[in-house]
Every structure is written in structure tokens, then in C-alpha cells.
Design a protein around this ligand. Structure first.
Ligand SMILES: Cc1cc2nc3c(=O)[nH]c(=O)nc-3n(C[C@H](O)[C@H](O)[C@H](O)COP(=O)(O)OP(=O)(O)OC[C@H]3O[C@@H](n4cnc5c(N)ncnc54)[C@H](O)[C@@H]3O)c2cc1C
Length: 426
């Protein structure tokens, strides 16, 4: 906590809550999705609007404290200790204009609220695999979702941002009023301040075809080998990925996947079901899945494609980008993370990139990683006894695939790999 008069002034200025780091309520205010990261801030400001955020930033500046921001905690990598932590959880305003095809959200909004407001109008946002993720954090880190190969990164389709600058100034930033800041902030995460509201495009998606096929046993290697060549033939209307999964032997995991290594082939397509089936046919011929959910679906149900966890969990993530997915890469991946090895991984995922992701945004921005052909993410469970093992195993996967790496990464999927790079690790 800072000086008492500054703290009292902050409490008076903030309409939301100001919770001292020593208060037992601070832990709940600072808790997020990744429970491997425990923030111990000096103060939590649970903001309700831009004025609250600005008061928090000015307080931090006066007291020479760092400022951090959290919406859902899906992106937490390092603990924010001794900071003024601005929690945007209470900022939940969402507005969809179906005629202008634009959405405006406040800083705490997750993708679920936007999807639910847009889909009844035949529209969809550029959301990702989990609708629990926050719109602002996702978009400022690039944002690669179910329509990405057709429309690019979410950051490419931002119309305007409301920002509280590092100096505590409240501004609206657009390509017209500040082209340089508008470019740097889209892809720049929280480097330029705290975004309090975001306005972005929605896209007509009158129908959607997608889901996942899951394979076990020898089919895992066969499908993985066939995937790379097949994926590169797909039109931009398709997004697809493969993920090696290690699901625990618990009741809420479907019986064929309990305690075994499986491979999920995910598919999303905005064309007709007939064309979707035709595009999938080569993969259906490779092996018979133990589970298959691919078919016509509402965009509102897209979380079912990746089946990401919805409850908070402790995890360590490392990511990277790959030039391609040749057979020797697949063999290497199987050797470090395939069914034959006993490693404490949860997921190793490779997403097909290309299409609009490889093209510059119409209004240039700071998103990195357009050169990747596939993105790589390795995620390990990290309850306290497994933290070191989680770091070792995720580093091991990234290191093993380094011969095919572009040396760059997507901000949203880098996880600890960004810190490794900054520290000069190989
Ligand atoms: C289960 C899961 C699924 C995911 N799926 C995808 C996906 O499909 N595609 C994809 O691109 N990414 C995906 N991600 C990554 C995700 O987009 C990033 O972790 C993102 O940073 C999460 O944002 P958040 O606000 O939910 O998380 P938080 O942890 O609350 O925030 C993460 C970071 O975002 C920035 N930030 C948040 N709010 C603000 C703000 N108001 N102003 C300025 N900066 C802010 C800050 O740097 C903050 O540290 C996924 C992550 C998880 C855990």
C-alpha cells in the first residue's frame, strides 16, 4: 500500500473496489484462470469504468508502483507482485450493431457475451478456441480464431480503442486520429496502457460446419502424418488443427480417452456441409475415430471444437511457430510427445496458419508471427509439485521442434517461451 493520503484519495475516486494487498479479499480479486500464477499486488483496483482505471494509473505513478491489468487471467504467465493490479472483471458492457456489423465491449468482457449477442444476427466475431477468454487481452495479443485463415487476426479488425495511457490520460485511439499509436497498440498487448473499451468488426457467418475427430492407438501417428499434406490443400474458409491430448482417467472424460494419449483433429468451415464433408474425406479415409463430432453446428457452439478447459487450472505453456510440418518433424513430435512416451504434458497443439493470417492487415499493426505455417503450443499441468516438470517438458517439446522453428512467436501463445527468448535461452 502507498502513502495513506494517496490511498484515501484513490478510495474516494474509485467507484469500484480498492482492496489492499494485505486484505484477505485481495486474493479473490486477483485470482485468474491460470492458478499456477498467484499475484501478490500492493493494491487491487477493481475498476468499473475508465475513470476508475485512470485513478489507479495516476495513483501508481504517484507512488512509483508498476501497473498490471487482468481480465480473466487466461494469459497470466508471471505473478504481478507489488503492483497496482487493475482488475477489469466488473467492466462487462457489450453492444452489437448488426447493421454496421460492429461490436463494442468494455475491458472485462469475454468472447461468450459477444458470440451470444452476434450469432442471432447471423454474425460472428473473430473469437478463438475458448469463449471464456477476454476479448481485449486476446485482441491486443493478435487473436487467432475459428475464422482466422479467412479474415486474419482479431487485431486486424479493430475500429477504435479507448485507452488509459501510462500517464493516466483517457483517450480514444483510431487509425485516423493517431495512426502510429493505433498501429503499435494492436499487437502490443498492454505496453501502451490499459484499454477500457474496444470496437471491432463482426462477420456474416450464416452457417458453420465443424467439430473434432479423436483418434487413439496406431491411428495417432497415421493421422498426424497425413494431416500436414492435407492441411496445406485446404481453402481459407477452413481452420484446422491437431492436438495430442493426455486426458486424466476421470469420470467426465469420455471412456475411450481416459488416461490414454489421443489425437484430436479439429475442423471449422464456413461453407456448405456437403463441401465440408468432401474436404474432410481424405482424413476420414486415414483411420476411424473413436469420437466424431464434426457436422453442421451453430457458431455459438464453437467451444465444442477444441473443448478447452472451462474451470481454472494450473498450467505452464510454451509456444512457437513452425515453417511447415514435414514428416521428420512429425516423427520428432511423436518421439517427444506421442503415445509411446510417458511425459507430464496435457496438450501439444499445431494449428494451421496461412491464408489471411499471412497477409498484412489492411490498416498496419504490430501483430507478430504472420510468417508461421503452423503454430505450436505445449501445455503442461502445473500444480505445485509438478511446476519444474511442467517447465522441463514444455521446453523439451519446443527445443525438439526448434529445427523447424521460425524463431518468432504469436504473443498469445508464447507463454514462457517469450521469457526464454528474452533471457537468451536457446
Ligand atoms: C484455454 C485458452 C484458450 C485460448 N485460445 C486462444 C485462441 O484460440 N487464439 C488466441 O489467439 N489466443 C488464445 N488464447 C490465449 C489468450 O488469447 C491470451 O492468453 C490472452 O492474453 C488472454 O486474455 P485475457 O484477458 O483473457 O487474460 P488476462 O490474463 O486477464 O490478460 C492477459 C494479458 O492481456 C493484456 N490485457 C488484458 N486486458 C487488458 C486491457 N484492458 N488493456 C491492456 N492489456 C490488457 C495484459 O497484457 C494481460 O497481462 C487462449 C488461452 C487459453 C488459456
Amino acid at each position: 500500500m502507498g502513502t495513506s493520503s494517496a490511498h484515501e484519495r484513490l478510495v474516494q475516486q474509485v467507484a469500484g473496489a480498492v482492496v489492499d494487498g494485505g486484505d484477505p479479499a485481495a486474493a479473490a480479486e486477483a485470482a485468474g484462470f491460470n492458478t499456477a500464477v498467484t499475484h501478490r499486488p500492493a493494491v487491487v483496483v477493481a475498476a468499473t469504468d475508465a475513470a476508475d482505471v485512470a485513478a489507479a494509473v495516476r495513483y501508481a505513478n504517484d507512488e512509483a508502483l508498476a501497473v498490471t491489468v487482468q481480465a480473466t487471467g487466461h494469459g497470466a504467465v508471471e505473478p504481478a507482485d507489488g503492483t497496482v493490479l487493475v482488475s477489469t472483471k466488473r467492466m462487462q458492457g457489450v453492444r452489437v450493431d448488426p447493421v454496421a456489423r460492429v461490436a463494442r465491449v468494455e475491458a472485462g468482457v469475454g468472447w461468450r457475451s459477444v458470440i451470444d449477442a452476434a450469432v442471432p444476427h447471423g454474425l460472428a466475431p473473430l473469437s478463438g478456441s475458448s469463449s471464456g477468454v477476454g476479448v481485449v487481452g486476446y485482441t491486443l495479443g493478435g487473436g487467432m480464431g475459428h475464422l482466422a485463415r479467412r479474415h486474419g487476426f482479431a487485431a486486424d479488425h479493430v475500429r477504435s480503442l479507448d485507452l488509459v495511457t501510462r500517464e493516466g490520460e483517457v483517450r480514444t485511439v483510431t487509425g485516423a486520429n493517431d495512426p502510429e499509436l493505433f498501429r503499435e497498440i494492436r499487437g502490443g498487448q498492454d505496453r501502451f496502457g490499459i484499454v477500457t473499451a474496444l470496437e471491432f468488426d463482426l462477420f456474416p457467418v450464416p452457417r458453420f460446419f465443424g467439430g473434432a475427430m479423436i483418434f487413439t492407438g496406431p491411428a495417432v501417428g497415421d493421422v498426424l502424418h497425413s494431416f500436414a499434406a492435407w492441411a496445406e490443400t485446404l481453402p481459407e474458409e477452413v481452420t484446422t488443427s491437431v492436438a495430442l491430448l493426455r486426458l486424466p482417467p476421470v469420470d467426465d472424460v469420455p471412456p475411450p480417452l481416459r488416461g490414454v494419449v489421443s489425437l484430436a483433429l479439429r475442423f471449422g468451415f464456413t461453407g456448405t456441409p456437403e463441401r465440408g464433408e468432401a474436404l474432410l474425406a481424405p482424413m476420414r479415409r486415414v483411420a476411424t475415430p473413436v469420437l466424431d463430432s464434426i457436422g453442421p453446428m451453430s457458431f455459438a457452439a464453437v467451444d465444442g471444437i477444441h473443448m478447452d478447459p472451462t474451470d481454472p487450472m494450473p498450467a505452464v505453456t510454451r509456444g512457437g511457430l513452425l515453417h511447415g510440418m514435414p514428416a521428420d518433424l512429425v516423427d520428432t513430435l511423436l518421439a517427444v510427445a506421442g503415445p509411446g512416451v510417458d511425459v507430464p504434458l496435457a496438450v501439444v497443439e499445431l494449428r494451421l496458419m496461412g491464408g489471411a493470417l499471412a497477409r498484412p492487415a489492411a490498416v498496419p499493426n504490430a501483430v507478430t508471427g504472420r510468417e508461421g505455417a503452423f503454430s505450436l503450443v505445449a501445455i503442461a499441468p502445473a500444480p505445485p509439485p509438478l511446476v519444474d516438470a511442467a517447465h522441463a517438458v514444455t521446453s523439451g517439446v519446443v527445443d525438439a521442434l526448434r529445427p523447424w522453428s521460425t524463431g518468432t512467436m504469436l504473443a498469445n501463445f508464447a507463454g514462457h517461451a517469450a521469457a526464454d527468448l528474452a533471457a537468451g535461452a536457446r
